[in-house]
Design a protein around this ligand. Structure first.
Ligand SMILES: C[S@@+](CC[C@H](N)C(=O)[O-])C[C@H]1O[C@@H](n2cnc3c(N)ncnc32)[C@H](O)[C@@H]1O
Length: 311
């Protein structure tokens, strides 16, 4: 890197990242410099002529080299913003994605409506929520943080599971960091503990849903994330189907499951529910782009029709 001002470093790094095939090179260059300088990105943009000392320049060089090799910005910075929370991120778990915020919103609405209709006194059992495949803890913690802002978090207990012990360690660290460890129980399990008693009222899951054959063709950044967080088998829905089979024993009579799915999986999920869970209902909520994103699965007697629907 030839020069030592903010703008020169960003210009040079942008050129290197462009050459390496990064899809948002300037943004990445700015975010990484902001991270090294411990300021936010607007500071980098607003102060192009500020000199950068040799120590920080060397740190920036190292960060840009990692990004050139394809490592995601969130792993280099060590955190990602998700639903208003800064969550620690590293190779132990998937980086939380913006599309998952829709599932969090649906969970907040569902839990808030239940608590508004029937508030839990301090002596009553908490409303039980599951976050299956919690990864960094993103869904569980964003839900609890939103409920805390509504003064409802103390009425809820979230059981957050993962098959990966390493991911659970990261999720626990995030729970402690956000002061939510007392509302969460982390369990290493294949989907759910063998016996769920009492059952959950609300179950959220963003499980792997990428088809195996598609994984290697995806962005090279994905190679840095755990394969077990992505690979959903031949059509992407193997793990989700196994979870559907667990729902009768895991969900309360009036319980609801909210499952993130791929944009091309709406019809397949509705069909899977119809085939595997007779008497249950599945509707699919689209995201802001109009693509199928969150499947809502419940017993038909709990309020849905017996037919599935992609909205
Ligand atoms: C797509 S990632 C989602 C992580 C997190 N929920 C999020 O939204 O950022 C899927 C997660 O499910 C976990 N997982 C995969 N198969 C599982 C299984 N059979 N039982 C429990 N967790 C599983 C993975 O380890 C990974 O953490």
């Amino acid at each position: 890197m030839a020069d030592e001002t903010v703008s020169a470093l960003v210009r040079d790094a942008t050129a290197r990242l462009t050459a390496s095939g990064a899809c948002s090179p300037r943004l990445d260059a700015e975010l990484l410099l902001a991270h090294v300088l411990r300021i936010d990105r607007t500071g980098v943009i607003a102060h192009p002529d500020v000199p950068v000392g040799p120590g920080q320049k060397a740190q920036y060089e190292a960060a840009v080299t990692r990004r050139e090799a394809g490592e995601p910005v969130a792993y280099i910075r060590g955190f990602r913003e998700f639903h208003g929370l800064a969550l620690a991120t590293d190779a132990r778990a998937l980086i939380p994605r913006p599309e998952t915020e829709l599932l969090v919103d649906a969970a907040i609405d569902e839990v808030s409506a239940r608590l508004t209709a029937a508030p839990r006194s301090p002596s009553a059992p908490a409303l039980r929520v599951a976050d299956v495949g919690t990864g960094s803890g993103a869904i569980a913690l964003a839900l609890l943080a939103a409920l805390r802002a509504r003064r409802m978090a103390e009425q809820v207990m979230v059981v957050a599971t993962d098959a990966s012990a390493a991911a659970l360690d990261l999720a626990r660290e995030n729970a402690v960091g956000h002061g939510l460890a007392d509302r969460t129980v982390f369990v290493e399990a294949d989907l759910l503990p063998p016996v769920v008693d009492p059952p959950y009222e609300v179950l959220c899951a963003n499980l792997p849903y990428v088809a195996t054959a598609q994984i290697d063709g995806l962005a090279r950044e994905l190679a840095f994330e755990p394969r077990g967080a992505l690979d959903g088998g031949p059509d992407g829905l193997d793990v989700v189907r196994r979870l559907l089979d667990r729902l009768p024993g895991a969900l309360a009579a009036d319980g609801v499951a909210l499952l993130e799915i791929g944009a091309d999986q709406g019809e397949t999920v509705v069909e899977a529910v119809a085939n595997r869970l007779p008497g249950w209902h599945c509707s699919v909520q689209p995201d802001l782009a109009g693509l199928p994103r969150v499947a809502r699965v419940a017993r038909a007697a709990a309020g849905g029709s017996t037919q599935g629907a992609v909205e």
